[in-house]
Design a protein around this ligand. Structure first.
Ligand code: COM
Length: 524
């Protein structure tokens, strides 16, 4: 369908997207300008976060981009199966956590496991996701003036030529933003009904899980495991590595990890570390998972639901086949330089297709970096350091070095934290930290009200890292990251000089101020 001269509202876009998702034979959605015969500055193969932001930026710079995507909407996996549903589930898990702790107390009704449903939340997301998709399509067409062909698979002919929807397009440059897919481990039985990952959970879940085994120990496993558990579904996490110790979580502080995992256990999650899932069994539908424990013993876990959360791999196989000169690493990630340029002079690659970290900021800024370079603006993007987060039933946020990393690199490390670590102090009764969303915990179960730590280099008084478990601090970490990674960094004195909005979720400003008068900084 040619939508070029149409100006649909969001409801109409919603209908178009939903019909296309329902009908595998639906036609491409074509928003191509008349001068289509002429060449594009760049063809973006993939219209996820990286492709959409890259194309928008290139257009804003005066260039002519074209996006081609197999899905009938722009925005990629984030609003369809990945980040957005994860945020819904984590938000809901935090609400349910309160409900379970305070069942029948104060204004909370009695806990009712029948009302806390995984399936209902999945369906809620499934029914609503195309409204966000509709907005992406509308904005990209009407506000950003970017041409696209959606619901059409791209076929790369050569580094300047792509075919899609029966048409051939040429561009001076190509930008590969084909995303990633779930990496399924080699465990017999994973093909059975009752085994899901974050994508198939959304597409295929058709019953209410009663018992769950999560395979993995990184972000996805912690986040989804915490959600399943919060609904009352008995949850066991099986992880070969330690929990929250996968490579991308290397900046997670040990005390943060302990606080979060102790909280998960307190809420009833069983965590089996150093444990290897050997086999998933069942007759057509999953009924048990066999696990080899660290001790060598074998354990059989009865379950009706297995969730695989072991990471993702780039979607690049077909691209590498089509462009034989394109270099990739062993995992299939396309190798790029800091300009996002690949081994082929006019081909750029962005986002998850170039490997870890598979994060939103990286995808979008990769797209922008490619766009700038294509338009003649020399631009580099270094994503080796960045702020990060995950959810248990808490929001867990960090930036910079953990205390352990700092102590390996610096000899005068200062720690400012809440609750403070003072041997023998009865902090289990201390209602701090306090902030919005933890006030009730603070006044009833102070040990649940969160944890925060600032790591500094004592002599230059510079902040090296910040770590937070609670709610509402994520925004500030975007700016903290910028400040601490400036050439001059951020000092405890500058932090103490800022104006806090009491009661701020991370107490870094006022805690730093309490120490800033000290000529020689000491722990707090
Ligand atoms: C976000 C999608 S869910 S995009 O980055 O705005 O395209």
């Amino acid at each position: 369908m040619d939508v070029r001269s149409e100006h649909y509202n969001l409801a109409k876009w919603y209908d178009i997207i939903e019909s296309a998702l329902d009908d595998p034979d639906s036609e491409p959605i074509v928003n191509i300008a008349e001068e289509a015969a002429s060449e594009y500055d760049a063809i973006f193969v993939g219209g996820g976060a990286g492709g959409r932001f890259g194309a928008a930026f290139l257009r804003a710079l005066g260039g002519r981009p074209l996006i081609i995507d197999a899905w009938p909407f722009l925005g990629g996996s984030c609003p369809h199966q990945a980040c957005v549903p994860h945020h819904l589930f984590s938000d809901v898990a935090a609400e349910m956590d309160l409900w379970r702790w305070y069942s029948g107390r104060f204004f909370f009704p009695d806990w009712d496991p029948d009302k806390a449903s995984i399936l209902e939340m999945v369906q809620l997301f499934r029914d609503g996701r195309s409204y966000a998709h509709a907005f992406m399509n509308w904005q990209t067409k009407e506000q950003l003036n970017v041409e696209f062909m959606l619901n059409a698979r791209a076929r790369i002919i050569d580094s300047r030529t792509v075919e899609a929807g029966g048409r051939r397009f040429t561009g001076q440059n190509m930008v590969i933003g084909t995303g990633a897919h779930v990496k399924v481990p080699q465990i017999p039985g994973l093909e059975m009904h009752g085994v899901y990952d974050f994508a198939t959970l959304i597409e295929d879940l058709d019953y209410e899980p009663g018992k769950c085994v999560v395979i993995g120990g990184g972000k996805t496993a912690v986040e989804y495991g915490s959600f399943f558990n919060a609904t009352g579904c008995e949850t066991t996490i099986v992880t070969r590595s330690g929990i929250m110790q996968t490579p991308s979580l290397h900046h997670v502080d040990d005390d943060v990890r302990d606080y979060v995992t102790e909280g998960m256990r307190k809420r009833g999650i069983t965590i089996l570390e150093g444990a290897e899932p050997v086999e998933v069994r069942g007759s057509g539908t999953v009924s048990e998972v066999v696990v080899r424990l660290r001790s060598g013993e074998t354990l059989t876990l009865g379950t009706d639901f297995v969730f695989v959360g072991t990471g993702e791999a780039p979607n690049t196989g077909w691209v590498l086949d089509a462009l034989p000169g394109l270099k990739s690493d062993d995992a299939g990630a396309i190798i790029v330089d800091r300009r996002m340029l690949t081994s082929i002079p006019n081909v750029y690659a962005i986002g998850d297709a170039i490997g870890a970290p598979m994060e939103m900021f990286k995808a979008r800024k990769c797209g922008v970096t490619a766009a700038r370079n294509i338009m003649g603006i020399d631009s580099e993007f270094d994503f080796s350091e960045y702020p990060d987060f995950l959810h248990s039933t808490y929001e867990v946020t960090w930036v910079g070095l953990s205390e352990q990393e700092a102590r390996q690199q610096y000899d005068d490390v200062i720690i400012i934290q809440m609750p403070p670590y003072v041997k023998g102090l009865d902090t289990e009764h201390l209602p701090l930290p306090l902030a919005e969303r933890t006030m009730l915990y603070g006044f009833t179960q102070p040990e649940l009200s969160g944890f925060q730590k600032l790591v500094a280099d004592g002599r230059p008084r510079r902040v090296l890292g910040a770590h937070h478990v609670g709610y509402g601090a994520k925004d500030s970490f975007q700016y903290l990251d910028y400040l601490i990674h400036r050439p001059q960094g951020l000092t405890i004195d500058e932090l103490g000089d800022m104006n806090e909005l009491f009661l701020n979720p991370e107490h870094f400003i006022q805690l730093s101020r309490l120490r800033a008068g000290n000529t020689k900084l000491v722990d707090l």
